[in-house]
Ligand binder design. Structure first.
Ligand SMILES: Cc1ncc(COP(=O)(O)O)c(C=O)c1O
Length: 275
């Protein structure tokens, strides 16, 4: 939502035409790109907090038909689980604030490209002359963190899969949004596009509506109530409180799964759901 809001505001101020489309619906994306010329196609997969999956190869074909560069926000997939540059993306974006750092103590971002195109040169020039250049301490913290990135991602994915399976069987849970579950509409695509796991992020719908969801969040002991994601500690957030106008269900809780003992996470969720 933060990215969407910023892009809307930026485009309005700069007189840039913006078209928004549900990119997990490949046919809708193709239909839009067939009739529009564009400079940039920006997608996010899996998306936060809906966990929708976008077909990166299909998006690349759409971008080409519209004459656009393809940018993929791959934050929720981590740099390990999906390699969008190999699937045709021109630029890949990661919020390094999240799993790349993993310790919830740095703000940062990463752009990667396959080739030194004129677009990339322009990005480098803007960054150098007017952009956000990372301070040395933050850079050092990131280098420290990345030494454990594969271990953290492996544990987080295994924990997340077990938590998703537990929640999907729970009588107080209406639905679980996690691409690792065979019931998820993007499961087959995620299985092709992601290797080594389905990530650490998921949302679930609590039976009983808004009050029930808020009560569950309030009863959790191990999960911190906070907005970030991708850290070693598990977090929970009631997204409707943050973005009430975007159609997020009032009973949706988004959780980011950390590296704690998975049985502890599951028993915490169980006691919170049973009240
Ligand atoms: C998928 C995704 N991209 C980008 C961002 C923005 O990251 P940052 O907080 O580093 O600006 C977020 C933050 O929640 C995110 O979830």
């Amino acid at each position: 939502w933060g990215t969407t809001k910023w892009i809307r505001d930026f485009c309005a101020r700069r007189d840039i035409t913006l078209h928004e489309v549900e990119a997990s619906d490949t046919a809708a994306l193709q239909a839009l790109c067939a009739v529009q010329q564009a400079q940039l196609l920006f997608i996010e997969t899996p998306s936060n907090p809906w966990l929708k999956t976008v077909d990166i190869k299909a998006a690349k074909a759409c971008a080409q038909s519209a004459g656009a560069s393809l940018v993929v926000d791959s934050t929720a997939a981590t740099p390990l689980l999906t390699r969008p540059l190999e699937m045709g993306a021109d630029i890949v974006m990661h919020s390094a604030t999240k799993v790349i750092n993993g310790h919830s103590d740095v703000l940062g971002g990463v752009l990667s490209t396959r080739a030194r195109t004129p677009l990339w040169e322009a990005i480098c020039m803007d960054r150098n002359e007017a952009g956000a250049v990372m301070g040395p301490f933050e850079a050092w913290l990131l280098v420290r963190s990345m030494r454990t990135l594969p271990l953290r991602v492996e544990k987080m994915c295994a924990n997340a899969m077990a938590v998703a399976e537990f929640l999907s069987q729970h009588p107080e849970v209406e639905d679980v949004l996690y691409p690792g579950l065979p019931s998820h509409p993007g499961h087959a695509l995620a299985s092709r596009q992601m290797t080594g796991g389905y990530g650490f992020l998921m949302s679930f719908l609590v039976k009983g509506g808004r009050e029930a969801a808020l009560a569950v969040a309030g009863r959790l002991n191990l999960f911190h109530r906070a907005t970030s994601l991708g850290g070693v500690e598990s977090l929970v957030e009631h997204r409707h409180t943050i973005e009430p106008h975007t159609g997020i269900p009032e009973n949706l809780l988004r959780i980011s799964i950390g590296i704690e003992d998975v049985d502890d996470l599951i028993s915490d969720l169980n006691q919170a759901l049973l009240g």
